[in-house]
Design a binder for this molecule. Structure first.
Ligand SMILES: *Cc1c(COP(=O)(O)O)cnc(C)c1O
Length: 376
C-alpha cells in the first residue's frame, strides 16, 4: 500500500456518538450525516459503525450517495438533504431514499410516480426558518403539508429545518438562532393544528446539538461532532471528542544538504545551515493544500517538524535540522487524534477555513484504512 493513507479510527467514531448520546439523552433519535463520503472518511464503513452505535437515520447530499449505500447493503432509512431533480425520482422510489420536499410541483411528480410504481414513499417537509437555502417559507407550511397529505402514495414522515449560526456564541447569532427555533416551532404547531402529523421533528446540526437543547426535538443531525471536531473553536470544551481521521505518510528519503541549498519549486526556502531534509510522498493532489507551506508542521516520533519550500502535487519536504533521530521509513502524521499541534484545526486555521473542508478535501487516491471497528 501507498505510504500516504488516511487511517479511520472507527472506535473514535463510536466513542463520539456515545458522547453525543450521553449529552442529549437516550430518547432523542440520531441521524448521522454521511454526505460527501462521510466528510471524507468513507460513507459505507462510517454508516455501518454509526448504525452499530444506534443511528436511526443516515443523511446524504444526493440521491446517488444514497444509492451507493443501498448497493453496499445498507437498509437503514436514508435522508437526502439536498434537492433532487425530477429525473432522480425513479431512483428515490426504487432505492427507498427519503427526500426533503417543499414545493407542490415536486410533491405532485413524486406522488404520481410513486402511485404508478405502487409504492408509498416517506418524505420530510423542509421549512426555511432563516438559513436562506432550501425549504418552504414558514407561512406556507400548512399548505405544503396538506399537499403531501393529499398524495395517497406519500407520507409525511418528518418535518425539519436547518440553522445558519447555531455554532456561534456571538449574542446576535444566538438571538438569530432563537428566532429560527421559534419560527420553526410555530410552523410545526400549525401543522398539528391543521390536524396533520408532522412526524419526526428535527433541526439540530452539531452547533445546536451542543448549544440549544430546546432544538433537539425528536432527532438530531450532528455531522462534524461525530467525526471528532466541535463545529467552532468556541464550542471546543462542551464535550470530549476524538478525531476520527489520521492523515499519515512515511519518510521516503533523508538527505543532508549544504547551507544555501534551495528546496522545491520557486526556491522559496533556502537552507541557512547544513541540514537534513526528509521527503514525504504527499502533496496537494492528496489534499495537502499548497498554501499550507510555509507554516504547517508534521509529527514524527512525537516531535513537530516544519514543511519547507512549496508543497508539490505529490511530494513535499521537511526540515529535520542538523541532527535528528528520525530515520528513513519512519511514520509521519500530518493530522490526527494525538492533539500535539497536529490537529485538522491547525490546518484549518492556517487556511482560514473549517475542519470540514480539511477532511472532505483528502483526495480519493489516498487509501482509507479502517481500524478499531467495534464488535457488536
Ligand atoms: C451537513 C448538514 C448537517 C450536519 O452539519 P454539521 O455542522 O456537520 O453538524 C445537518 N443538517 C443539514 C441539513 C446539513 O446539510
Amino acid at each position: 500500500m501507498r505510504a500516504t493513507k488516511a487511517v479511520i479510527h472507527l472506535d473514535n467514531l463510536y466513542y463520539n456518538i456515545q458522547q453525543i448520546q450521553k449529552y442529549c439523552g437516550n430518547n432523542i433519535r440520531l441521524c448521522v450525516p454521511v454526505k460527501a463520503d462521510a466528510y471524507g472518511h468513507g460513507a459505507t464503513r462510517v454508516a455501518i459503525t454509526a448504525i452499530k452505535a444506534g443511528a436511526s437515520f443516515l443523511a446524504v447530499a444526493s440521491i446517488q450517495e444514497g444509492v451507493d449505500l443501498r448497493q453496499a447493503g445498507i437498509v437503514t432509512p436514508i435522508l437526502s438533504l439536498s434537492l433532487p431533480t425530477p429525473e432522480e425520482i425513479p431512483s428515490i422510489i426504487v432505492h427507498s431514499i427519503t427526500p426533503l420536499v417543499f414545493d407542490k410541483e415536486f410533491i405532485h411528480s413524486l406522488g404520481s410516480d410513486a402511485k404508478k410504481m405502487n409504492r408509498v414513499i416517506p418524505v420530510h417537509l423542509k421549512i426555511d426558518s432563516g438559513m436562506g437555502r432550501i425549504g418552504c417559507f414558514p407561512q406556507d407550511t400548512v399548505e405544503i403539508a396538506k399537499a403531501i397529505a393529499e398524495e395517497p402514495n406519500l407520507t409525511l414522515e418528518g418535518t425539519c429545518t436547518h440553522f445558519a449560526v447555531s455554532d456561534s456564541l456571538n449574542p446576535e447569532d444566538i438571538e438569530f438562532t432563537k428566532k429560527q427555533i421559534a419560527v420553526f416551532s410555530n410552523a410545526v404547531k400549525a401543522i398539528r393544528e391543521a390536524g396533520l402529523n408532522p412526524g419526526i421533528v428535527h433541526a439540530a446540526s452539531s452547533g445546536a446539538v451542543l448549544q440549544y437543547p430546546e432544538a433537539h426535538f425528536d432527532m438530531i443531525r450532528p455531522g462534524i461532532l461525530i467525526y471528532g471536531y466541535p463545529p467552532s473553536k468556541e464550542l471546543s470544551k462542551v464535550i470530549d471528542l476524538k478525531p476520527v481521521m489520521e492523515l499519515e505518510t512515511q519518510v521516503v528519503s533523508i538527505r543532508k544538504v549544504p547551507k544555501g541549498t534551495s528546496i522545491s519549486y520557486g526556491r522559496t526556502w533556502i537552507a541557512k545551515e547544513d541540514t537534513l531534509i526528509a521527503t514525504l510522498p504527499i502533496g496537494y493532489a492528496d489534499g495537502l493544500i499548497r498554501r499550507l507551506s510555509p507554516g504547517i508542521q508534521v509529527l514524527i516520533n512525537g516531535k513537530l517538524y516544519p514543511i519547507v519550500g512549496r508543497i508539490c502535487m505529490d511530494q513535499c519536504m521537511v526540515n529535520l535540522g542538523s541532527k535528528t533521530d528520525v530515520k528513513r521509513w519512519d511514520k509521519v502524521t500530518v493530522f490526527g487524534p494525538d492533539k500535539k499541534g497536529d490537529s485538522a484545526w491547525d490546518l484549518a486555521e492556517q487556511l482560514d477555513t473549517i475542519t470540514y473542508e480539511i477532511t472532505c478535501g483528502i483526495h480519493k487516491r489516498v487509501p482509507r484504512v479502517y481500524l478499531g471497528d467495534p464488535e457488536i
